[in-house]
Design a protein around this ligand. Structure first.
Ligand code: PRX
Length: 631
């Protein structure tokens, strides 16, 4: 007994000032959680009623395993709740969006009314181009107000947007446009990064080759001195779309279960999965979590550093914060440009009170040293948030002490593209345990189980699962219903998340990492198969296998093992060519940090590459059972 007590230190907790709980929208966690358990449908019914519906639902939930419908037959439009509700009410002249560009004087501010008008004009422009409810529209833009306007305009008229992160390369973009059958692609001439412009138009031009559904390219021209040429009938200028249109565009009446957007996430095969979210449930889920997990108050200035091209940006830059009527800050810049003080300068200048970011950024700032944040007044901060990968205890401590000055609670939110909304965190006021995301939020039943779905005992690890449907859950994988069903069939009776986790004795959950072939690099999901197929598409490569290697800064880095065709020989030049090839096909986020040329790869007798063995070897660990490997 004594020995185990010695080897296991007492867990460490930080307890926030009780006023956080007392003044929060959520109130007491256990009490609220029990209210939810007593009557889950009533719990969600009460939340949904805080939003505007053109007509209310007949039934809160219809659960037909593994398919759920929420707020059945309810009619709404998320943009009515994000815009009209505020404009018609008290927030007409409240600042909705502040955009900060890279250079000192690059700033644009929109009140709710201004944003509303821009969205309606662009929505009417889309209609003018023939976009109707249900059409898919791809948005491939940098972080600029027009990206948000384009998303909202689609939702306004019931077009299904598919936002593709502006850093993806042509092949990745093409795959997503083709799979969604997009009718329109909205893009910009360039992104700005570290003082340089990065042209986007030629990527788009390449990406729509072999995408016959695309009828128009809408291009936002940022460079006005020498604007990119708009050729052919297919291309049209962003602001041209908005001219000669009616100023008003009433929100399309959407059924609760109509698709709202598709967002592609890396899969374990080469093809990305188009996660489909619907209008009613998603809206309720992001509204609820933004209000109750971030506890957004009228005077808050809320900054989520994610790109709207990821789910974090969809739910917690755009739809959640606007649905609660928050003032949102977005920025196009890079965290260390022009120097590592830029974020902290922005916090001071705009009086940011809620800051939601990713562990990879926190670890980068730790490395740069506390002198950068220490130069600025961060006293406006009230709540800190983290998402995307495990917030390791060292990063937690730094964030808590150096940025939060030991007064701001940290909500380490665990969730996914598929879940649409926060699922696990430490609710404001509850004791925070570094390294542990926390517990299921009220409305969610998460657990750690074994392969058969049985709960693991406290203190042990297993698979993270969700046991009951929730409103913002994905409804299907676009064009791939089979893949959707797999999420619910891997472990009987549960939604399998794909993460490994430890259940603490105190009920807190620590997420360890993926249990499948996804690698989380700087908080971004990268499929090993995606990188492998990008490598194999190069003429020199016969076969490739990719693994994730733990990295103190990025969480993981990618290492690729490559077998060359006999027409090519290993060289540094070829290695660089392969790095470049992955960059242009998939984008910079998927570039391996290392490439090793090898003569063979460990395979099963049926020819499947066993990455686990490569990884063990790389890490100097025992490869485990290798009896099924081919000679
Ligand atoms: O592995 C988990 C990790 O990110 C995965 C989901 O990735 P994605 O769909 O791209 O969404 C990221 C933003 C929500 C999860 O399966 N992950 C996300 N948040 C956390 C996390 N791992 C640990 N702690 C978190 N807070």
């Amino acid at each position: 007994m004594e020995e185990s007590a010695q080897s296991r230190p007492e867990p460490k907790y930080y307890t926030p000032n009780p006023s956080y709980r007392e003044k929060s929208w959520m109130g007491d966690y256990s009490w609220t959680y029990n209210e939810f358990l007593k009557d889950p449908e009533q719990f969600w019914d009460r939340i949904a009623k805080k939003l505007h519906w053109f007509s209310e639902w007949d039934k809160v939930k219809e659960w037909n395993y593994p398919h759920a419908k929420w707020f059945v037959n309810g009619k709404t439009n998320i943009t009515y709740n994000c815009l009209d509700r505020h404009v018609l009410g008290e927030r007409r002249n409240k600042v909705a969006l502040i955009w900060k560009g890279e250079s000192e004087d690059d700033e644009r501010v929109f009140t709710y009314r201004q944003l509303y008008r821009e969205v309606m004009r662009f929505a009417n422009g889309l209609k003018k181009l023939g976009v109707v409810k249900g059409d898919r529209v791809c948005i491939y833009m940098p972080v600029i107000p027009e990206q948000v306007i384009a998303m909202l305009a689609c939702a306004r008229i019931g077009a299904v947007h598919s936002v593709v992160f502006g850093g993806y390369g042509a092949a990745a973009l093409n795959q997503r446009i083709v799979d969604a059958g997009a009718k329109i692609v909205i893009t910009a001439d360039m992104a700005i990064r570290r003082g340089k412009s990065i042209p986007l138009k030629h990527t788009i031009e390449e990406a729509i080759i072999g995408a016959p559904t695309v009828e128009h390219l809408i291009i936002l021209r940022r460079e006005l001195r020498t604007p990119v040429e708009i050729h052919s009938e297919m291309e049209i200028d962003f602001y041209e779309v908005m001219t000669d249109v009616e100023p008003d565009c009433p929100a399309e009446v959407m059924d609760s279960e109509d698709p709202m957007f598709i967002l592609y996430t890396s899969g374990t095969t080469g093809a990305p999965k188009g996660i489909v979210h619907t209008c009613g449930g998603y809206m309720v889920g992001v509204y609820y979590t933004t209000r109750y997990i971030f506890d957004v108050k009228e005077s808050d200035v809320y900054w989520c550093t994610a790109d709207p091209g990821w789910i974090t940006g969809h739910s917690y830059v755009v739809y959640g914060p606007l649905s609660v009527g928050a003032t949102i800050l977005i920025g196009e810049g890079t965290p260390d440009y022009p120097d590592a003080g830029i974020w902290w300068k922005m916090v001071e200048e705009y009086g940011v009170s809620i800051l939601y970011t990713a562990p990879t950024a926190i670890r980068m700032f730790m490395k740069m040293g506390r002198e950068w944040p220490d130069k600025y007044n961060l006293s406006s901060l009230r709540i800190l948030g983290s998402v995307g990968e495990p917030l390791n205890p060292e990063a937690f401590e730094w964030f808590y002490h150096v940025i939060g000055k030991a007064k701001c609670p940290i909500v380490d939110t665990w969730w996914q593209t598929e879940t649409g909304m926060h699922m696990i965190t430490t609710v404001l006021g509850e004791p925070m345990r570094p390294g542990f995301a926390g517990k299921s939020i009220p409305g969610v039943i998460a657990d750690v189980v074994d392969k058969t779905g049985k709960s693991v005992p406290p203190g042990t690890s297993g698979f993270l699962v969700i046991k009951e449907p929730w409103p913002a859950m994905m409804r299907t994988v676009y064009n791939n219903e089979e893949r959707y069903i797999k999420y619910w069939e891997t472990i009987p009776g549960c939604y399998t998340v794909g993460d490994l986790a430890i259940k603490g004795e105190d009920g807190n959950i620590m997420v360890i990492g993926r249990s499948d072939d996804l690698i989380i690099v700087s908080g971004h999901n990268i499929g090993t198969a995606e990188v492998e197929s990008a490598l194999v598409s190069h003429k020199a490569v016969a076969e490739a296998a990719v693994i994730g290697k733990p990295d103190p800064l990025k969480g993981n880095t990618i290492k690729a093992f490559v077998i060359l065709r006999n027409t090519h020989t290993p060289s540094d030049r070829l290695k660089n060519e392969l790095f470049y090839h992955v960059r242009i096909t998939l984008g910079p986020i998927a570039i391996p940090s290392e490439i090793e040329f090898v003569d063979s790869l460990p395979k099963t007798r049926s020819g499947k590459i066993v990455r686990r063995v490569l990884k063990a070897k790389e890490m100097g660990m025992d490869p485990g059972d290798i009896s099924t490997l081919d000679e």
